[in-house]
Design a protein around this ligand. Sequence first.
Ligand code: ZN
Length: 175
Amino acid sequence: MTIQKILTVPNPVLKQVSRPVKTMDDQMRKLMDDMLETMYDAPGIGLAAIQVGIPLRVIVMDLAGPDEEPAPMYFADPEILEDVEEMRLWEEGCLSVPDFYEEVERPERIKLKYMDYHGKEVIQWVDGLFATCIQHEMDHLNGVLFIDHLSRLKRQRAVRKVQKAERDRAIEAAE
Ligand code: ZN
């Protein structure tokens, strides 16, 4: 498996709309395996293919706690069929916006449809962290980042923070 480079803001690739996978095959499973390794290495709890520069509607997640067994989840072409009016406020972060966290409000429960690792169609209601995380990842498939849900000021602050951290790292590497 290969660890891929995770793109960070303001890379314009992150604004692309990803295209449907339609059929699950070994090539797609290889992509999902690599994405999972990349996510664990980061470490993070969710990753969309566009974050490694591949514009396909593919997501991997693992919401297991630090003392629990890994519980990888794979989603291709996910869709929200229904949601509820109740909202859940949660402090989100993103591997493409490292070291920046802000609260975002999203529907508390959603009815989700997707294709799993084996190409089987799954329809299920999800809630809590699962619902928050998959909605965050599905935003990526449409070129939307969690900071796009914040005020313009907060969004600019987040991008500047990431750019500054990258500049500092580059200077350190050069020294
Ligand atoms: Zn993200």
